[in-house]
Write a protein that binds this ligand. Structure first.
Ligand SMILES: Cc1ncc(COP(=O)(O)O)c(C=O)c1O
Length: 354
């Protein structure tokens, strides 16, 4: 079996000393030593401007929406993303304004956003499958209109844009530390942002308190505990190794898949994606369905991502891509022979329809 995704957990021995410290200190949560060490390591390793670690990626997006003053407002968002992106918008009482995607990068299309930006209060873009979206164009549109830009970078931890690690673009970026992501802790998330947004996130995630005083009554409990931060600290040490494995497999897929199979393109100034998932787009729905049958028969995991959130949106590219896309295995537990086997099966299914 070659699974679609396979999370890698740090060795148990590497986490034991931190767990022992947590046990001795009696401090299991509330931003203790592991939380601070984890956030400091993220800032120094990934160049994040400011970071808050929270309980999951969906809540990270909600905190960013609230901190950017978008609660209850109209937020532009692609209709081609994981459900959590839209659910964060809905949970913040916002109205999603669905925007179509660019058929090459599979991320929000700046031209379609320009068409609708005047009717929106802010933008929530998505780094689809861990690939940075069109940051420069989106930042320009939002700056011209004085509207906040939040980026759902759930799977993009370790990606780079204009030569730097992502985390400092837009007003806030949100990451997921779910088991299926590049830095898995189980359940967890991050918000990186400007200093003023960071102060608000830090308070909102802790019951709206600041120095023990209630500042934001709409605050919540979004804290991550010390045990998850201990896992995160160890997982961070392996991030570069997992990124380079995935990038090598992505190159192999690109070189060995049939030319009729399209892979996701990087946006203009992106340097590197994370390949959190590896989508391929087939020429027709029939071909995509044949590829999926062939892979499942060969004991190879595959799944259709993303599913448009609503059918009631003027997003023809999103619907077309959805009808032809499938994600194929991508993780550090694979080896070169697995990648070549997946390529053989995909190519066989493509050619058998000719
Ligand atoms: C694009 C995107 N946004 C948001 C989320 C939600 O993150 P979490 O599962 O940590 O809540 C995910 C998780 O799969 C995702 O892929």
């Amino acid at each position: 079996m070659i699974p679609l995704i396979r999370p890698v957990f740090p060795t148990v021995e590497s986490i034991v000393p931190a767990l022992e410290e947590i046990r001795k200190s009696g401090m299991f949560s509330n931003q203790g030593p592991c939380y601070n060490a984890f956030c400091d390591a993220l800032v120094s390793e990934l160049g994040f401007p400011n970071v808050s670690a929270v309980c999951n990626g969906t809540i990270a997006i909600q905190l960013a929406i609230d901190s950017c003053g978008l609660r209850g407002k109209r937020v532009a968002v692609p209709n081609f993303t994981f459900y959590g992106t839209i659910q964060a918008i809905l949970s913040s009482g916002c109205e999603p304004v669905f925007i179509d995607i660019d058929s090459e990068t599979l991320t929000i299309c700046p031209d379609r956003l320009s068409d609708k930006i005047s009717s929106c209060d802010g933008v929530l873009a998505v780094d689809s499958f861990g690939s940075p979206c069109h940051y420069r164009e989106l930042e320009d549109i939002c700056a011209t209109e004085s509207k906040p830009l939040i980026i759902d970078s759930a799977g993009a931890i370790g990606a780079s844009y204009r030569g730097v690690s992502v985390g400092g673009f837009g007003d806030a970026q949100c990451f997921s530390l779910h088991a299926t992501k590049l830095l898995p802790v189980g359940e967890g998330g991050l918000v990186t942002s400007t200093e003023s947004i960071h102060r608000k996130v830090s308070s909102l995630m802790n019951f709206g308190l600041d120095n023990g005083e209630l500042i934001y009554p709409q605050g919540t409990n979004a804290k991550i505990d010390e045990m998850h931060c201990a896992v995160g600290l160890q997982s961070l040490k392996a991030l570069n190794k997992h990124l380079s494995n995935r990038r090598a497999y992505a190159r192999l897929y690109g070189a060995n898949l049939d030319p009729s199979v399209k892979t996701q393109k990087l946006s203009a100034e992106s340097n590197q994606a994370t390949h959190q998932l590896f989508p391929i787009v087939l020429p027709t729905t029939a071909c995509r369905d044949r590829v999926m049958r062939q892979l499942l028969e060969a004991d190879i995991g595959c799944k259709v991502y993303y599913v448009p959130f609503t059918e009631n949106a003027d997003t023809p590219i999103s619907f077309d891509i959805y009808s032809r896309i499938v994600c194929i295995p991508m993780h550090s537990c694979m080896d070169v022979s697995d990648v070549m086997k997946v390529c053989r099966e995909v190519n066989r299914a493509c050619l058998s329809g000719l």
